[in-house]
Design a protein around this ligand. Structure first.
Ligand SMILES: NC(=O)c1ccc[n+]([C@@H]2O[C@H](COP(=O)([O-])OP(=O)(O)OC[C@H]3O[C@@H](n4cnc5c(N)ncnc54)[C@H](O)[C@@H]3O)[C@@H](O)[C@H]2O)c1
Ligand SMILES: [Zn+2]
Length: 338
């Protein structure tokens, strides 16, 4: 079988490897599609070289079919369509208070251990979620990032009739927008990239650029001056942090989805003045995966338009180079059987 490897220095190799039998408690998956995540791009740029043991197969946004079942695995059989929730929480402790998805010793499969960018992938059976037989495996590769969005919206407590402002219309921001819309909220998306604004509009969203319009006034105009009930910070830049407290209305909830690697400035006075709430949100829990699977199965949201390119796995080097050269694209999938 073919397996890709990140070798460091913006380089991937393609290796010919033996198909391994699944160990006790594992299943072997014939990988169908794997999506390229922003984190994979960070790895490619060498920003996670201290964490990724090179050479390493990366990738965690995937779909596939069970190909073999290891000893002691029950409830799964060959031929079933599945996705992997790439969280290895086997070292969870009592002090993690039951929040396994963010436990202190959490290992992220596809970063800390081998990932999905290969034709066959052996994973612990506890990471699996089953899909319906008629599930489109391309769309199913969106379940991991969609689960991030489902988690963000669930933790926000967003309800029908409320207004959600999403700062950042990248893949995650757009998926948050879709889940928020599905809840029945009024959704306003703020994005600076004109091509991404156009895409968001194409997907049916009220999308504006904070460079062209006064976002606070725009949101006030859409809410009879109440401003946003929930703000999702999904841009990860200082201007988004500056505006999030302005856009939020009285008792607004701000969900921090973006990963800020460094300390940033936030106007804490606004938290006092408007009784704002800041909610951190990291990955997903089982129920978020189930929610994402339900949304993908129903296929009533414009998921298909999120997929801007599908390439053979063997083109991996080109895929990452293209992503660097085209920041307008959304989700690139690799077909792992090609
Ligand atoms: N919480 C989690 O578990 C989790 C999971 C996945 C990703 N993330 C994080 O979510 C964030 C978004 O991920 P992504 O893959 O969509 O990234 P992305 O970089 O593709 O999207 C960010 C978007 O923000 C836009 N932007 C930049 N400045 C802006 C501004 N001032 N106002 C509005 N928009 C602006 C960019 O043009 C871009 O389209 C990243 O920080 C990522 O690390 C968090
Ligand atoms: Zn991801």
């Amino acid at each position: 079988m073919k397996a890709t490897q990140y070798e460091g220095n913006k380089t991937f190799s393609i290796q010919e490897k033996n198909i391994e039998e699944p160990a006790k408690g594992e299943v072997r998956i014939k990988v169908a599609y794997v999506g390229v995540c922003g984190t994979d791009v960070h790895i490619y740029h060498g920003m996670m070289d201290k964490r990724v043991k090179m050479p390493e197969t990366i990738g965690h946004e995937m779909s596939g079919v069970i190909d073999a079942v290891g000893e002691g695995v029950t409830g799964f059989s060959v031929g079933e369509k599945v996705v992997v929730r790439p969280l290895d929480d086997r070292k969870v402790k009592a002090s993690d208070k039951g929040f396994n998805h963010i436990c202190e010793e959490l290992k992220f499969i596809g970063i800390d251990s081998p990932g999905a960018m290969q034709q066959y992938w052996n994973v612990p059976a506890f990471t699996l979620h089953k899909l319906k037989e008629n599930t489109d495996l391309k769309l199913a590769a969106l379940i991991e990032p969609l689960s991030v969005a489902a988690h963000d919206v669930r933790l926000s407590g967003l309800t029908a009739g409320e207004t959600a402002v999403i700062l950042g219309g990248g893949p995650i921001g757009l998926l948050v927008a879709m889940v928020a819309k599905e809840v029945g909220a009024q959704v306003i998306l703020s994005e600076v990239n004109p091509k991404r604004i156009a895409k968001a509009k194409e997907l049916g969203f009220d999308a504006v650029s904070p460079i062209d319009v006064d976002l606070v006034e725009y949101v006030k105009g859409k809410t009879e001056n109440r401003r946003a009930d929930v703000v999702f910070e999904v841009a990860g830049v200082q201007p988004a942090l500056d505006i999030m407290c302005e856009v939020a209305g009285i008792r607004g909830r701000i969900v921090m989805v973006a990963i800020h690697g460094q300390k940033k400035d936030v106007d804490l006075f606004k938290f006092f003045w408007k009784e704002l709430k800041l909610i951190g949100a990291r990955v997903y829990e089982k129920e978020d995966y189930e929610k994402a699977i339900q949304l993908i199965t129903a296929n009533e949201l414009p998921f298909e338009q999120m997929i801007t390119d599908v390439q053979p796995l063997t083109n991996i080097q080109q895929v990452f180079e293209n992503i660097d050269n085209n920041p307008d694209g959304l989700k690139v999938l690799m077909d792992c059987q090609l």
